[in-house]
Write a protein that binds this ligand. Structure first.
Ligand SMILES: [Zn+2]
Ligand SMILES: [Zn+2]
Length: 146
């Protein structure tokens, strides 16, 4: 089930938190919603800017703690950090990432040809998932390079 289609349904998000073993606090619901709506794989500062409009009392430290809790519960994932900083993803459907090494933009990419038939036994290691991180230049940066 893709929670992103329910991003604006507070009851559904609260239920998802409880099912993941988390109390559904206003902070967690606001941060989860921000991640579900965004397709930018935001970092904590970007999430903070987003949720501050809704929860004016929230602090950046609380956003960090909330992201840790959501990640620990499996509701969001941390995108493999390429350089400095953390980036988060609430898209739980299997997908790859196109990472721009110039501006840091991370786009979702669904391409079945980038993943072999799974699960597959790799000499005793059972492979269940493959995530490909494609490094390069995004369309916007390429335009600026020209
Ligand atoms: Zn770029
Ligand atoms: Zn993603």
């Amino acid at each position: 089930m893709d929670l992103r289609t329910h991003a604006h349904d507070g009851d559904r998000l609260a239920q998802a938190c409880r099912e993941a073993g988390l109390k559904a606090t206003p902070q967690r619901l606001a941060v989860l919603k921000a991640l579900l709506i965004s397709h930018e794989h935001p970092g904590p500062e970007a999430v903070f800017r987003q949720v501050r409009g809704e929860l004016s009392s929230i602090s950046l430290a609380t956003v960090y703690k909330t992201l840790d809790a959501l990640e620990g519960a499996g509701l969001v994932e941390r995108v493999t950090p390429l350089s400095e900083g953390r980036r988060y993803d609430a898209n739980r459907t299997p997908h790859h990432h196109l990472v721009c090494t110039a501006c840091g933009r991370i786009e979702d990419h669904e391409d079945p040809t980038l993943a072999p038939i799974l699960p597959v036994d790799l000499g005793g290691f059972l492979a269940r998932a493959v995530r490909v991180e494609v490094l390069g230049s995004c369309a916007g940066c390429r335009r600026q390079e020209q």
